[in-house]
Ligand binder design. Structure first.
Ligand code: ZN
Ligand code: ZN
Ligand code: ZN
Length: 260
C-alpha cells in the first residue's frame, strides 16, 4: 500500500444494541449472511504510518482482535453514549505493547462523561498499577487538529439535542449518530470522496437519520461515494436493502475495508 493511501476499516456498523439483538427472532437477527451481523459502530483509519480508531464501544476488544489491530496512536470520540465509549478500559493492551499512554481526543463535555464513567482512570485518588494510561486532548468544532501527519477537521452534528463530532480527514468524512447538521457545518462536507453517514432504519427516529433522510443528505452533499452505518435490525437484510440504493451509496458491513 502506498503511503499516501488512506485505509478505512469498519470495525462495527451496528446501532447501540448491535445486530443480532438478544432474543430477537426476526429474519435479520436470524440471518446466516455475515453482513447482517453488526458490532457497535467504529472505524479504524490508517494513513501515513498513523493508526487511529474513531469510537471504542463495548465491542472494542473483539474488534481489535478481529482485525488484528496491533498499532494504535489515538482514539477519537464522537460522543459519550455507551455504545461509543464503553471499551475505553481495553486500551490497557496498547499501553502494555507500547509502554506509553494512549492519546484520546474528545470535547470537554465528552471528557466530563468519561471522568464520571471511568473515575478510576482519571481521579488521582484512585490511581493503582494496571489502570489504563491515557493522555486526554481537548477538541472542539472550531479547531482543526493534527495527529502526526493526519489533518483532522471536526464537524458538529446533532443527535436530537446532543452535540456530536464528525471527523473529516482529507477527502474522507465519518459522521455517526446524527439527525441534524447546520448549514454552516455542511460547508465542511463539500467535495468529499467518501462520506460515511448514519442511517438507522427505514422508519423515522428522533435522534438518527433514517434511510430516506440519509439518502437525501447524500444527494445534497454529493460525495463521490457514501457508506451507511449505525444500522438497526429494523433496516432489513443487508443484501436486499443494499441492492435498492443509488449507485454511489452502499450499506457498510463489519470488517469492510476501503481505500481513499
Ligand atoms: Zn450510537
Ligand atoms: Zn431482529
Ligand atoms: Zn448516540
Amino acid at each position: 500500500m502506498s503511503n499516501d493511501v488512506m485505509k478505512v476499516t469498519f470495525n462495527g456498523t451496528g446501532t447501540s444494541q448491535g445486530v443480532p439483538v438478544i432474543g430477537c427472532h426476526c429474519n435479520v437477527c436470524q440471518s446466516k449472511d455475515k453482513k447482517d451481523s453488526r458490532l457497535r459502530s467504529s472505524i479504524s483509519l490508517e494513513y501515513k504510518d498513523t493508526s487511529i480508531v474513531v469510537d471504542a464501544g463495548p465491542d472494542f476488544r473483539q474488534q481489535m482482535l478481529r482485525t488484528k489491530n496491533e498499532k494504535l496512536d489515538a482514539i477519537l470520540f464522537t460522543h459519550e453514549h455507551k455504545d461509543h465509549v464503553a471499551g475505553l478500559d481495553d486500551v490497557r493492551a496498547y499501553n502494555f505493547l507500547t509502554k506509553k499512554p494512549l492519546n484520546i481526543y474528545c470535547t470537554d463535555s465528552v471528557f466530563k462523561a468519561l471522568k464520571r464513567e471511568y473515575h478510576y482512570i482519571f481521579d488521582p485518588a484512585f490511581q493503582y498499577p494496571g489502570i489504563p494510561k491515557i493522555i486526554r486532548n481537548s477538541i472542539n468544532k472550531y479547531t482543526n487538529f493534527k495527529i502526526n501527519k493526519l489533518n483532522i477537521q471536526p464537524i458538529e452534528v446533532f443527535h436530537y439535542k446532543l452535540p456530536v463530532l464528525g471527523f473529516r480527514i482529507e477527502d474522507f468524512c465519518y459522521i455517526t449518530d446524527a439527525s441534524y447538521i447546520s448549514k454552516n457545518e455542511k460547508k465542511k462536507l463539500e467535495n468529499l470522496k467518501v462520506l460515511v453517514l448514519n442511517a438507522l432504519r427505514k422508519e423515522k427516529h428522533i435522534s438518527h437519520y433514517n434511510l430516506e433522510e440519509a439518502l437525501k443528505l447524500i444527494k445534497e452533499l454529493k460525495p463521490k461515494k457514501a457508506y451507511l452505518t449505525h444500522i438497526s435490525h429494523l433496516m432489513g437484510k443487508h443484501e436486499e436493502v443494499n441492492s435498492l440504493l443509488p449507485e454511489n451509496v452502499e450499506i457498510a458491513y463489519d470488517t469492510l475495508s476501503i481505500t481513499i
